[in-house]
Design a protein around this ligand. Structure first.
Ligand SMILES: [Zn+2]
Length: 97
């Protein structure tokens, strides 16, 4: 979890919520509509990466924005990835919560 910033957010809980989506790589992303940052799952495809990419190799600077529902905006909007949450991913792959 060394790459995750301690800013009081519970990213594991955000990732577990239906709002994050069901498939894809956990990323911190900022909604272009309202500017809030939430954990979302992004398909590597959706963010301009090869679908078989190793998520731990992803560089957020290479990722494109992707469409996802924003509940505050009340519709699907564009989100810009700001961080790849590999810490959460590793936890998931280990079968943790
Ligand atoms: Zn929004």
């Amino acid at each position: 979890m060394s790459t995750d910033v301690d800013d009081g957010r519970d990213r594991a809980a955000e990732l577990a919520s239906p709002e994050a989506g069901q498939f894809g790589v956990p990323v911190d992303a900022i909604c272009v509509g309202c500017g809030r940052i939430r954990v979302k799952r992004a398909d590597p495809d959706e963010i301009g990466q090869a679908s078989d990419v190793d998520p731990t190799d992803l560089k957020v600077s290479a990722c494109t924005s992707f469409k996802h529902v924003c509940h505050r905006c009340g519709s699907a909007t564009w989100w810009n990835p700001v961080a790849i949450l590999t810490g959460l991913l590793e936890r998931e792959q280990e079968g943790g919560e």
